[in-house]
Write a protein that binds this ligand. Structure first.
Ligand code: GLN
Length: 309
C-alpha cells in the first residue's frame, strides 16, 4: 500500500516539526524522563504487513493501553460474570477519579478507568500468585504481537508502586465494598506490572490486530476471541477508551481507541487495520496530544471511520 506508506511518512515529518507537544506525565517519576520529541506510528493490515514511520521501533511504556489486553483475558476467564463487578458506561471523569465509587458502591464505571482495571487484575489473580498472573498477561501480549521481546520495564513498575497513592486508595476503597477479592497490595502488583509493559508501535499495532478482524488473526484464521466479543471490546474502547476525553476522540477520530499516559494510543478500523501511535506529551485529559491529532489526520486522509458507509 504505497499510498498509506507516504501518508505515514508525511504525518511523522509534520509531527516532528510541531512545538505544541503537550506535557509528559510526571506523576510516575520514571515516565517523566522520556523525551517529548518522540513520535512513532504503525499500521497493521490484513495481509500481515505493518507499515510505520518515525520512532515506531522504539519501546515505550504502554500504561493503560494494556487494559485492553487484560480485559480480553479476564473475559476469557470469567465471561459475562465480569459485568457484575465492573460497569460498561463512560465515566466522564479523570482516569484516577474516586468520586463515583462511593455512590456506585465500589463498582467502577468501566474496565478502562484505573479502578475498573484494578478489578480486572483482581480477576486475573484468582488461583495464582501475582508473579504467575503477570507472566500470563505478558505471554498473552507476546503471543498477540508475535514477538517474545515484549518486556516489563521493572523500573517503571517500581516507580509507579512507590508513588501510586491514588491507586492504593481506589483498591482499598473497592475492597471495603467487597469488590476486590485479594489484598489490595497483590491486585496492585499485577496492575502496576501490566501498565509497565514496554512495546513499540509496530508491536502494539500487531497485538491489537485481532480486534480489527472479528477476533481473528486474518492471516492464520486463528481465533483469539469470538466476533461478538471483539465487537464489544471495540464498543468499550469507543465509549470509554479515552476517559473524560472519550466523546471528543470519537467525534474527531471516529474509531475505537485506547490511550495510555505513556503517550501511546491504539486504534481499530474494523475490517481494515489496527493502528498504534506514540507521542509522550499529553493533553489535559491525559491522552497523547500529537497522537490524537495524528490519528485524526490519518483517519480523515484514509476515509477511515466506523461511521463510514
Ligand atoms: N499506570 C497508570 C496509572 O495507574 C495508568 C494510567 C493511564 O495510562 N491513564 O495511573
Amino acid at each position: 500500500m504505497a499510498e498509506l506508506d507516504g501518508v505515514l511518512r508525511e504525518l511523522a515529518a509534520e509531527m516532528a516539526e510541531r512545538t505544541d507537544r503537550g506535557a509528559v506525565a510526571s506523576y510516575i517519576p520514571q515516565l517523566g524522563t522520556i523525551d517529548a520529541g518522540k513520535f512513532g506510528i504503525a499500521v497493521a493490515l490484513a495481509d500481515g504487513q505493518v507499515l510505520s514511520a518515525g520512532d515506531a521501533d522504539e519501546a515505550f511504556s504502554i500504561q493503560s493501553v494494556s487494559k485492553v489486553f487484560t480485559l480480553t483475558l479476564a473475559l476469557g476467564k470469567i465471561g459475562d460474570a465480569l459485568w457484575k463487578r465492573v460497569g460498561r458506561e463512560p465515566s466522564g471523569n479523570p482516569f484516577n477519579s474516586i468520586v463515583q465509587l462511593e455512590m456506585e458502591h465500589g463498582i467502577p464505571r468501566n474496565p478502562f478507568i484505573n479502578a475498573g482495571a484494578i478489578v480486572v487484575s483482581d480477576v486475573l489473580l484468582a488461583g495464582h500468585q501475582p508473579r504467575e498472573a503477570i507472566g500470563e498477561i505478558l505471554r498473552f501480549i507476546q503471543f498477540l504481537a508475535d514477538d517474545d521481546s515484549v518486556f516489563i520495564d521493572r523500573e517503571v513498575a517500581a516507580s509507579e508502586r512507590a508513588t501510586g497513592f491514588r491507586n492504593m486508595a481506589l483498591a482499598n476503597y473497592m475492597r471495603s465494598f467487597g469488590n476486590l477479592h485479594h489484598e489490595a497490595e497483590l491486585a496492585l502488583g499485577v496492575y502496576f506490572h501490566h501498565c509497565a509493559i514496554a512495546m513499540t508501535c509496530r508491536q502494539l499495532a500487531q497485538a491489537a490486530r485481532f480486534l480489527a478482524f472479528d477476533g481473528r488473526n486474518p492471516l492464520t484464521g486463528h481465533s483469539v476471541v469470538s466476533t461478538q466479543r471483539a465487537r464489544r471490546i471495540n464498543a468499550l474502547m469507543l465509549t470509554c477508551g479515552h476517559y473524560d476525553g472519550s466523546g471528543d476522540f470519537a467525534f474527531r477520530v471516529g474509531i475505537p481507541g485506547k490511550s495510555g499516559v505513556g503517550g501511546g494510543i491504539i486504534g481499530i478500523v474494523p475490517g481494515v487495520a489496527s493502528l498504534a501511535v506514540w507521542s509522550p506529551g499529553l493533553n489535559e485529559n491525559g491522552n497523547s496530544k500529537l497522537g490524537s491529532i495524528a490519528l485524526e489526520k490519518l483517519a480523515r486522509t484514509m476515509n477511515w471511520s466506523v461511521f463510514a458507509s
